[in-house]
Every structure is written in structure tokens, then in C-alpha cells.
Ligand binder design. Structure first.
Ligand code: ADP
Ligand code: MG
Length: 355
């Protein structure tokens, strides 16, 4: 496999200013704070996390719609800077959450889909019109739809139009920023299936952004879980769903409704709101909501550590947390935290014996 996208230590800080005339900086929003990941050719990496954790900012940084405060983005081995930007603009496309906001309401759908080809000087007027019809077919729409306006379509159809537009210039990577979050569940599945289909046909790579894990289950090869501007766990999809290690990943998993209604509500969802990225908590940013919090978590920021093949976790206590199933049964109760203390003590005794 070859690496298509490589993101290293990407950071975006926004200064927060106060005052109108002599504005002075009163703080910094750490929207994205040292994010690294890579996407192999033909692979789907999902980024998952609650609203406000920096997913869209990460997407905009990769697309270079905004300038990073720090870090690098390499596409197909080349660092993205001024000169490389033009090829990036063609080879990386984006599909947004709200196609209605991203489609020009006054343009016929055919012109909207043809626009990126025009911008990049691809084809003639006639060949572009033919390509639009082909693209409409690829996303399950009909040639005559080219003459219609966005308001004449349903939400799911509008998202298909957005996908056709993204496909028009034959990109290698498509960034999908919550492409199905605004759609009914039944329609979500259709759009996800369409994206998977297109991936198989054209060998596409996806950076697929979602705020809940259920959506990425059918889509992702690997998952990166974000919290307050940082990646807290990244692993192959299987491991994320079968052996989640970070308490936040576990909480996101528990938030997925259980298929058996009798077991629903047994698991306590994650309490409290996401703290502000302007004043992120000290130490581990998740410590204010973590059911397993210990003193060390408040003082020392955990780094990502590889704890299983391809699975990296930023938690001081990931190895000694009680098994995920036990926690789910106990609903993240104080019992679980108590058990953690017991596990930790046992581990310390074992280490002392070995020494
Ligand atoms: P997500 O897509 O995960 O919901 P975003 O990337 O949109 O999150 O935002 C991350 C954080 O950065 C949020 O707290 C948001 O308010 C803040 N933010 C985003 N854009 C700006 C901006 N232009 N100026 C200041 N803060 C911003
Ligand atoms: Mg967003």
C-alpha cells in the first residue's frame, strides 16, 4: 500500500480578541492541537468525535481552505504549499454535510456539476455536458436532472448531486464532512452504500467525518477518535468496535443505541458538555468527564502509545482499565472506577515483585 495523505502535528489556533479599537488578545481557541494521521491509497479513515472537537477544522486544513498554525500536510509524497496547491485542488475534493448550503440555488444542477471541470479547464462545453450525464448516472440520478434546480430535489438526492460534483474532476481523495448527518437513517445507508460503491469502482480514498460511531461502522477501514482538538485513539475499525481502549471511545460506543430494546438505557451515556477549546482542561483533556479519572490525569497530558497492532491510545491507564464489557454492564458506575483502582494496585504489586 502507498500512503496518499500524511498529516503531521497539524495545529490551528484562533486568537480570541476583546475590544473594538485596540483589540487585545484575551485567549486562544485550540481548534486543532497536534493532529497526525495518514491515509493509504484506497483506504477510508474515519474521524469521529462530538461537535466542536475540531473535525471540520481538520478537513479545512487538509484542503488548505485555511492556513495551519503549525504542522505539515503531504499529499502523494509532496508537501502542500503554494506551488503544489493547484494539483491538490483537483486531486482532493470535498462533500459537505449540508448540500443545500453548498449547492448554488440559482444554478441548474448540470452547471453545478460541470463547474469544477470548467475551473480546471477540463474538456469542452460539449464533452462536459456529456460527462455531467455520465456522473448523474453514477450517483443514481437521471440525465434530465441536469436541467433542474437544487430545491427540486430531496435531501438524499442533493447529497448525490454533491457527490457527482466532487467526482467530476476524477479526484483521488474525497473528504466527506458529515455527509449523512442531516439525512434520515434509511437515506443515510443509501448514501453510504453509494460512497462505498464509488470507492470500489474508482479506487478512491476517503477521509470520512462523523459525530457518532454508528455511521462509520460500514464505511471505515480505520478510525481516529478526536476530543478537544486531539486524537485520543486510532485503530483499525474492528479494534475500535471490539476492543476500544480509551474511555472516551468506550463512551462513544455506549452512546450507540443497543439493537436489543430491552438492553437500551442500561448504559449511562457520557455526561456533561465538551469543555471549551479556549481553556482546555489540564493534563488529559478528557479528565473532567472520565469515569476512571486519577490524580495523574489532571496533571500530565497522555501521549498516544501503541498498545496493540495499529492501535494507539492516549490514556495513562489504558492497560489497567477493566474490560469494556464489564464497564458496559455496570454503566460506567463508581464500581468501575473502584475496580480500576484494584486493577492498578494489583499491577503495581506484580511490578514490585518482578523487580
Ligand atoms: P467540529 O467540526 O468537530 O464540530 P470545528 O472544527 O468546526 O468542530 O470547530 C472546532 C472548534 O474551533 C470549535 O470550538 C469552534 O467554535 C472553533 N472554531 C472553528 N472555526 C473558528 C474560527 N474561525 N474562529 C474561532 N474559533 C473557531
Ligand atoms: Mg463540523
Amino acid at each position: 500500500m502507498t500512503t496518499l495523505l500524511e498529516v503531521e502535528n497539524l495545529t490551528k489556533h484562533y486568537p480570541v480578541k476583546k475590544g473594538v479599537v485596540l483589540a487585545r488578545q484575551v485567549g486562544t481557541v485550540r481548534a486543532v492541537d497536534g493532529v497526525s494521521f495518514r491515509i493509504e491509497r484506497g483506504e477510508t479513515l474515519a474521524i469521529v468525535g462530538e461537535s466542536g472537537c475540531g473535525k471540520s477544522t481538520t478537513a479545512r486544513l487538509v484542503l488548505r481552505l485555511i492556513e495551519p498554525t503549525g504542522g505539515t500536510v503531504r499529499f502523494d509524497g509532496q508537501e502542500i504549499s503554494g506551488a503544489a496547491l493547484r494539483t491538490l485542488r483537483r486531486r482532493v475534493q470535498v462533500v459537505f454535510q449540508d448540500p443545500y448550503a453548498s449547492l448554488n440555488p440559482r444554478l441548474r444542477v448540470g452547471d453545478t456539476i460541470a463547474e469544477p471541470m470548467e475551473v480546471h479547464g477540463i474538456g469542452t462545453r460539449e464533452s462536459r455536458a456529456a460527462r455531467v450525464k455520465e456522473l448523474l448516472g453514477l450517483v443514481g440520478l437521471a440525465p434530465f436532472h441536469a436541467q433542474r434546480y437544487p430545491h427540486e430535489f430531496s435531501g438524499g438526492q442533493r447529497q448525490r448531486i454533491g457527490i457527482a460534483r466532487a467526482l467530476a474532476v476524477q479526484p483521488e481523495l474525497i473528504i466527506c464532512d458529515e455527509p449523512v448527518s442531516a439525512l434520515d437513517v434509511s437515506i443515510q445507508a443509501q448514501v453510504v452504500n453509494l460512497l462505498k460503491d464509488l470507492q470500489r469502482r474508482f479506487g478512491l480514498s476517503y477521509l470520512f467525518i462523523a459525530h457518532d460511531l454508528a455511521v462509520v461502522h460500514h464505511m471505515a477501514d480505520r478510525v481516529a477518535v478526536m476530543y478537544l482538538g486531539q486524537i485520543v485513539e486510532t485503530a483499525p475499525k474492528r479494534a475500535i468496535f471490539d476492543r476500544p481502549m480509551h474511555p472516551y471511545t468506550r463512551a462513544l460506543l455506549s452512546a450507540i443505541p443497543h439493537p436489543d430494546p430491552r438492553r437500551r438505557g442500561m448504559v449511562k451515556p457520557l455526561g456533561g458538555d465538551v469543555p471549551s477549546p479556549m481553556n482546555p482542561p489540564s493534563g488529559c483533556r478528557f479528565h473532567t468527564r472520565c469515569p476512571f479519572v486519577q490524580d495523574r490525569c489532571k496533571a500530565e497530558m497522555p501521549m498516544l502509545r501503541e498498545l496493540a497492532p495499529g492501535q494507539q491510545v492516549a490514556c495513562h491507564f489504558a492497560e489497567v482499565l477493566p474490560p469494556h464489557e464489564a464497564v458496559a454492564e455496570n454503566g460506567m458506575s463508581p464500581v468501575a472506577a473502584q475496580r480500576l483502582a484494584l486493577y492498578a494496585a494489583a499491577k503495581a504489586r506484580k511490578a514490585a515483585k518482578a523487580a
